[in-house]
Design a protein around this ligand. Structure first.
Ligand SMILES: [Zn+2]
Length: 424
């Protein structure tokens, strides 16, 4: 009883096959018996040789949630990789028999960034060494099943290339393995960078993971990321394939990455909205709403008419505000609504809901220095210095505000939410 994975590789294409057994099918009734997903490289640089352990990590990143008991790799991997894979306690990883030496980390000094074109990964690129190579995953578009539009992200890749940055683009359809479509695991997006790592001699792969996601403050309480199961799992598996797992902006909140994008030269080549065209964000999605209030706050401006309109007309924005408790990334909203005036009665109610005036938010502008341990050692000092220079480090009392972050549901909160529901 195994979920079996096969792989075929060539210079331009890596094709994985996934065979489900009966137990896996029960877990994923819509998956079917067999599915494929692939990675296609455009441009002159191909995938080259790829170590079997790295192919295994990509297989795991993309199929872990679909496996019920055992995930079998139809190719031999190193014993040390299999040993490391025991960190995954829910399922067992097995592989074809054969002797494979493990792949060691290179000291090439060449680092990669899993780049999306959004504010967070652009901020990460801006504070990483200038030789950093970005790897963009172009999502295959199929039918009308997704609102995603790659136009803006592809344009930011083009702009960065014009400036002399190396930006690789790899197309993949792995999102379609899931129903509804989406990333099988949050780090699956780094599959293209892992697949290119040997050909490009990458020492580490960085992610644009921000403070809210790493340390839990987009939710109800602070967590020490280094002690989390997420960190232990993926750090171990990246180490096992000789790649550094690096989070240069893990100590920077969404407020901080927006500030970095405003202040650093390459910052303007980003766009958060993944629905609109380049320089024409949709102004209807949740991201646009959050970003537009944040930009108003950072510019000392009033709430924009886009934000007011989105609140009244966008189902998605209303759903985020009314159905989630706490609201996702609520702290950033508190920060913005505290500093951007106006918006009238509805925004005043939203200010009350998000605790404007009763919690401190100035720590979100600064860098959380403890996160330097999450940055690849080679450039940790370089990046830390940049962050200290552009954002400044949190003071002890700001750090305390971060560590004590708590945003729980309460009767009071539900009452304000009912008020808001009547208004919008
Ligand atoms: Zn949008």
């Amino acid at each position: 009883m195994k979920l079996r994975i096969t792989v075929e590789t060539s210079e331009q294409t890596i094709l994985f096959g996934v065979f489900l057994d009966n137990e896996d099918k029960k877990r994923n009734p819509k998956f079917g018996e067999f599915r494929e997903f692939s990675f296609n490289k455009s441009g002159d640089i191909g995938f080259g040789k790829i170590h079997p352990d790295r192919l295994a990590l990509v297989a795991i990143l993309n199929t872990l949630p679909f496996c019920e008991k055992t995930l079998h790799l139809s190719w031999p991997v190193s014993n040390s990789f299999l040993e490391s894979s025991k960190i995954i306690s829910r399922i067992k990883i097995t592989a074809e028999k054969g002797s494979v030496p493990p792949i060691r980390k290179t000291r090439s000094g060449r680092h990669a960034l899993s780049f999306s074109g959004g504010a967070d990964s652009t901020a990460a690129l801006a504070i990483m060494p200038q030789t950093t190579e970005s790897v963009f995953m172009l999502r295959t578009k199929r039918g009308g099943r997704t609102l995603y539009d790659s136009d803006a992200a592809e344009e930011s890749c083009r702009q960065l290339r014009k400036l002399g940055f190396v930006v690789h683009s790899v197309e993949s359809d792995f999102e379609y393995l899931r129903d509804p479509i989406g990333f099988p695991t949050d780090l699956a997006v780094s599959s293209p960078a892992i697949l290119l790592a040997e050909s490009r001699n990458f020492q580490s792969i960085a992610f644009g993971t921000i403070l809210e996601s790493a340390y839990g403050t987009s939710g109800s309480s602070f967590r020490n990321y280094v002690e989390s199961s997420h960190y232990r799992l993926w750090k171990t598996l990246f180490d096992a394939v000789g790649l550094g797992y690096s989070l240069p902006v893990a100590g920077v909140s969404e407020v901080g990455t927006a500030k970095l994008c405003l202040e650093l030269p390459i910052g303007r080549f980003h766009q958060s909205c993944i629905r609109g065209k380049w320089e024409k964000p949709c102004n209807k999605c949740w991201k646009c709403f959050r970003k537009s209030t944040l930009i108003s706050a950072l510019g000392g401006k009033e709430i924009s008419e886009y934000a007011t309109k989105a609140l009244q007309t966008s189902k998605e924005v209303r759903k985020h505000l009314l159905d989630n408790s706490p609201i996702k990334h609520e702290g950033v909203l508190t920060y913005s609504l505290e500093r951007a005036n106006g918006g009238g009665e509805i925004f005043d109610c939203l200010r009350k809901l998000t605790r404007v005036g009763s919690i401190n938010t100035d720590w979100m502008e600064r860098w959380y220095g403890h996160s330097s341990t999450l940055i690849e050692e080679d450039y940790s000092q370089y990046t830390s210095n940049k962050l200290k220079h552009y954002l400044g480090e949190m003071t002890p009392s700001q750090t305390k505000d971060l560590l004590n972050w708590s945003n729980e549901d309460s009767k009071e909160r539900r009452d304000i939410l009912s008020e808001l529901r009547i208004l919008i």
